[in-house]
Design a protein. Structure first.
Length: 394
């Protein structure tokens, strides 16, 4: 009894963690694809400046509140050592003595506005640069008394990266969460479809028997004898958009997901089919099945209500193995470029992108590799723990 209670408790915790890994990354999918070419291959636990568009937006709002841009430029040059480009003199050479006609008054005011806008753009272009922002950050104590708004804006201009960034400046941690979610969804869908196919074929072969059992088991043995990885690589190279059945439901983004799910489901059901067939052959001649048949129960009712419940335990254990295998195979296909395609993150294509830079940025390869290991070993350990159930072992 205590063992069963512990199994229920640990199973709830395990499934809750998996659900969290599926739901939580949905809030970070947009953040996982934000590129920042100014912060490529950053180390873990680093704070780097946000991309140039965001810097321009924040600093332009700040410059609108600056009353005297010339004084601001002089202070930045003096206190932070920032150099500004010299502006060309755009004044009218004919107005040497400061004499202007009344007709030129509006043109003069317009030119003053344009000059102010040009001056503001020059200041923005200078302070938005990474090296100048770093100089402002280093001298923030000298600037905070005169420009507290600028120093308080600096934390908003930086972004924390827990595991660093990749070759396009994207956050590795967010991409790892989204890739883990994709792998979990694919693996459980594969296990679900493979279990349905295996239970159906195993039930037909075990209960009906005869020539149908012989035919289905020979097909199962033939598929089991195939070298799995080479066959999957060949089948994964097929373009689903050129097949009329998938043409209307598959697009460029979803093709990788659907292709991996379909391929793995078609080549993962054989073990479950053999387990279900063996269980049915053992159960279908027992006394309670004969009693149900003598009471007038239909064949469908006998199979679904009396026989299949005894096949659930081995099917669940085999399904957990399929989940772990699907995670590994999906990662392998994506690593070879035949699974989920960039920019959608997956554990496999994250490993593939880390090949050329593994010595300079080991986190790019270690993070997805360790996540694959963690997912597979946790599912296998949980499967072994479920086998300790007295009902399962009997």
């Amino acid at each position: 009894m205590k063992l069963k209670q512990r199994q229920i408790r640990y199973s709830i915790i395990f499934l809750s963690v998996l659900m969290l890994l599926v739901i939580l990354p949905s809030f970070f999918e947009s953040a996982a694809n934000i590129q920042n070419v100014d912060s490529r291959y950053e180390s873990p636990f680093s704070r780097v400046f946000v991309r140039s568009d965001d810097r321009n937006l924040l600093l332009s709002k700040f410059l609108l509140d600056v009353e005297d841009l010339d004084t601001f430029k002089a202070d930045l040059s003096l206190l932070a050592g920032i150099e500004f480009e010299e502006e060309a003199d755009t004044s009218d050479p004919s107005d040497v003595f400061g004499v202007a006609s009344s007709n030129d008054t509006d043109e003069t005011s317009d030119s003053d506005d344009e000059a102010e806008e040009s001056d503001s753009a020059t200041v923005l272009e200078a302070i938005v640069k990474i090296e100048n922002l770093e100089a402002i950050d280093e001298n923030r104590d000298r600037l905070k008394d005169k420009y507290p708004e600028l120093t308080s804006l600096l934390p908003q201009l930086k972004k924390f990266h827990l595991l660093g960034t990749d070759e396009l400046g994207r956050d590795i941690f967010f991409r790892l969460l989204v890739a883990t979610k994709n792998s979990i969804i694919i693996s459980f869908l594969v296990a679900l479809f493979a279990s349905l196919i295996g239970i159906l074929i195993g039930s037909l072969a075990g209960y009906i028997g005869g020539w149908l059992d012989l035919f289905l088991m020979r097909v199962t043995d033939s598929l089991l004898s195939l070298p799995l990885i080479p066959v999957l690589i060949v089948v994964a190279a097929i373009d689903l958009t050129k097949i009329s059945f998938f043409e209307s439901i598959v697009d460029g983004q979803s093709q990788g997901f659907i292709k991996v799910i379909v391929i793995l489901s078609l080549f993962s059901w054989m073990t479950i089919a053999r387990l279900v067939r063996g269980s049915i052959l053992h159960v279908k001649n027992l006394e309670f099945v004969e009693a149900a048949r003598s009471l007038g129960a239909s064949e469908l009712s006998i199979v679904t209500q009396h026989i299949l419940p005894h096949c659930i335990a081995p099917s669940l254990l085999a399904g957990s193995v399929i989940v772990a295998e699907a995670i590994l195979i999906e990662a392998g296909l994506s690593f070879l470029g035949l699974g989920i395609q960039p920019p959608t993150p997956s554990l496999g294509n994250m490993l593939s992108n880390a090949q050329e830079i593994i010595y300079e940025s080991a986190t790019l390869a270690f993070a997805p590799g360790f996540m694959i290991f963690l997912l597979v070993i946790s599912i296998q350990l949980m499967s072994d723990y479920w086998q300790k159930s007295p009902r399962t072992s009997n």
